[in-house]
Design a protein around this ligand. Structure first.
Ligand SMILES: [Zn+2]
Length: 297
């Protein structure tokens, strides 16, 4: 995409209290992404981060989901419920397989496991094939969402942490001041997960200072653990209590709550990946999008 066009897209709504994710990133003429089912189950991969006892980061991630659930309980219509720990490490919507809304840590980098000529790079399948982080080094975590391209209805959303590059911690403070320091906040699991769950439920980045959905996080930050008023309003507006979830225009013509199995007339499934990078590189990681290799065509 030409730089000018990209800058224009980035400028649209980037200081709004909240910004909805779109079928085409940053293009408000395309459908917003949202869940239409009343209950979304998410699953932790049982391995955790392999650095600390898995239960440490699991509790941090549960606290992040709970922060969102508290808002959904007060003014929303969606329940985010933890399912059992799972062995699966495959992200994306997997045709003909059991699909989990997965949260996992990638501890190895794909560049060390897959040859540069490996077809998995082009097909964007390295992460699943080699169980590795295949995205930019400057990205802390990524949420891969698979949705119906016409309606914006989300089918599947998976959160991956980049533990191949970043040291994740689950303590409250103080910020670490040097590498390898113990009992301090390096990259906070709960801070990161709270942001990524925002993507999971259909939020894009906003550059409003102090927002949970601000696109970057400096080391030591824990402030995104507390969900800001703009992101709270998103829940109340888009998932209103006692009412259907809101598409903001040209509502979906059919319901696809059962998922994209069988032909319900939708022509394609897209996937969007939204990432969160370190502060200095934040502008580069505002928004990423890619088609799911496993998507329908
Ligand atoms: Zn993000």
């Amino acid at each position: 995409m030409p730089v000018a066009a990209l800058l224009t897209l980035m400028a649209v709504g980037q200081f709004d209290p909240y910004v909805r994710s779109r079928v085409t990133a940053g293009d408000p003429s395309t459908q917003a992404l949202y869940w239409t089912v009343p209950l979304v189950t998410w699953n932790l991969n049982r391995e955790g981060n392999l650095v600390t006892p898995a239960e440490t980061e699991f509790q941090a991630i549960r606290a992040s989901f709970q922060s969102w659930q508290d808002i959904f309980t007060s003014c929303g219509n969606l329940s985010l419920q933890e399912g059992p720990l799972v062995d699966s490490r495959e992200v994306g919507y997997l045709r003909g397989k059991t699909n989990h809304n997965l949260v996992l840590f990638r501890t190895q980098n794909c560049s060390e496991l897959a040859q540069p000529t490996d077809p998995c790079w082009k097909a964007e399948t390295c992460a699943n094939q080699y169980d590795c982080w295949d995205d930019d080094d400057g990205t802390l975590a990524i949420t891969l969402t698979t949705y119906d391209k016409r309606s914006g209805i989300i089918y599947d959303s998976d959160i991956s942490f980049n533990a191949s590059r970043y040291f994740f911690t689950a303590v409250d403070g103080p910020p670490c001041t040097s590498q390898g320091q113990g009992n301090c906040v390096a990259n906070d699991v709960q801070n990161t997960a709270t942001h990524e769950i925002g993507h999971f439920v259909g939020l894009d980045h906003t550059r409003v200072s102090g927002s949970t959905m601000f696109p970057s996080a400096p080391q030591g930050e824990v402030s995104k653990r507390t969900i800001d008023p703009g992101s709270r309003d998103f829940v109340c507006d888009v998932y209103p209590k006692g009412k259907p979830s809101q598409s903001d225009f040209h509502p979906a013509m059919d319901t696809l709550a059962g998922g994209p199995v069988g032909d319900k007339g939708c022509s394609a499934t897209g996937a969007t990946a939204t990432s969160m990078g370190p502060a200095l590189l934040a502008w580069a990681w505002l928004r990423r999008r890619r088609r799911a290799a496993e998507g329908r065509s």
